[in-house]
Design a protein around this ligand. Structure first.
Ligand code: FES
Ligand SMILES: [Fe+2]
Length: 348
């Protein structure tokens, strides 16, 4: 099996984040998801709606238009479309049916929840399931920090990077792991039809800045890294009953080489949130900036050398599992029953 999913892969019947709620205002917004240009706008009552960003009349971008009375009006000849994509006005047309099927905009199901606008990946299709819900977001006693990033890399590369332990001591030296590897820990890897996770057992509290915030008194953490289809990467740390941190990234594939990252860090800690919050965003941002540089270089190399030629060890815990899950989802295969599990040991 190839180490990475093939270029141009498209996942049907899944949800991706189009934008944060606060980004979508009165004007229509152009976004690209899985290589497909879309326009997102607020229709009647402010509910989000999404179309292919192409007017059925002369194909200009609908994102150049304006929202009038909850409908999207094309900038060129003023055709109007309701949230379902139905054409409701062809200015100047005296006789003839306005709302012909061929005059419809191609519409995508759209849902707004937890401060994000999600778009379904298959047009003109009723969703089979709701979008992902960020655990504990907005729930007392948890606090959250939300950030949005753009990375020049595939979703697969971003997921593998987010859930990869061995690079942290090198690329992020001092921030949360060091290069001296003194602890041998057990890793349990589980794969199910819709997720893959690695549980790290017996891991001491991370060192460095992150460790000091998470576990001021040290101790043993429960740490699980997780991928959920279609594109959620989640790192979870728990220390006793008092500390719980979830860093969840909802990734949106823009193209094969570009990904938008909607990162939500949700935590409860033994120290008050107001004390911690000022550190969380800058730390997360600087970790992210280091990763983004490396991912960009990795993508450039793949282009330079005409593709990936990876070699792996068992320390590359989740990358192959993620590839397998993505390929299954792209093929529309029914997920296999049950949970597949294996164990390995790692020095951290
Ligand atoms: S191109 Fe959109 S109305 Fe003519
Ligand atoms: Fe990293």
């Amino acid at each position: 099996m190839s180490a990475v999913p093939p270029a141009g892969m498209v996942l049907p019947d899944v949800w991706y984040v189009a934008c944060r709620s606060k980004t979508l205002r009165a004007a229509p917004l152009a976004v690209t998801i899985q290589g497909r240009p879309l326009v997102v706008f607020r229709g009647a009552g402010g509910a989000p709606a999404a179309f292919t960003d192409r007017c059925p009349h002369r194909n200009v971008p609908l994102s150049m238009g304006t929202v009038v009375g909850g409908e999207l009006q094309c900038r060129y000849h003023g055709w109007r479309f309701d949230a379902a994509g139905q054409c409701t006005a062809v200015p100047g047309l005296v006789d003839g049916e306005v709302s012909l099927r061929s005059r419809c905009a191609e519409a995508f199901a759209c849902v707004e929840q937890q401060g994000f606008v999600w778009v379904y990946s298959t047009p003109n299709q009723a969703p089979t399931h709701p979008p992902f819900s960020f655990p504990h977001l907005g729930e007392a006693p948890y606090s959250s920090v939300v950030r949005e990033f753009h990375v020049e890399a595939s979703v697969h590369a971003v997921v593998e990077n987010t859930l990869d332990v061995p690079h942290t001591a090198y690329l992020h030296g001092g921030l949360f792991r060091t290069a001296q590897k003194s602890n041998v820990i057990d890793v349990v890897v589980r794969r199910h039809g819709t997720f893959a996770e690695a549980e790290f057992i017996g891991e001491p509290a991370p060192r460095g800045l992150v460790g000091r915030l998470l576990a001021p008194g040290g101790g043993v953490t429960e740490h699980t890294d997780r991928f959920l289809l279609p594109s959620i990467a989640q790192v979870e740390y728990r220390l006793g009953a008092t500390s719980h941190l979830l860093a969840t990234s909802a990734l949106t594939p823009v193209t094969d080489t570009e990904t938008r990252v909607f990162a939500v860090v949700t935590f409860k800690l033994p120290v008050p949130a107001w004390l911690v919050k000022p550190f969380v965003a800058p730390i997360a941002t600087s970790i992210f900036a280091q990763d983004a540089v490396m991912l960009r270089r990795q993508t450039a190399q793949l282009q330079r050398f005409g593709g990936a030629r990876y070699t792996s060890t068992e320390l590359d815990v989740l990358g192959p599992q993620v590839t397998r899950l993505l390929k299954q989802a792209a093929a529309g295969e029914a997920p296999p029953e049950g949970v597949h599990e294996h164990r390995l040991r790692m020095k951290t």
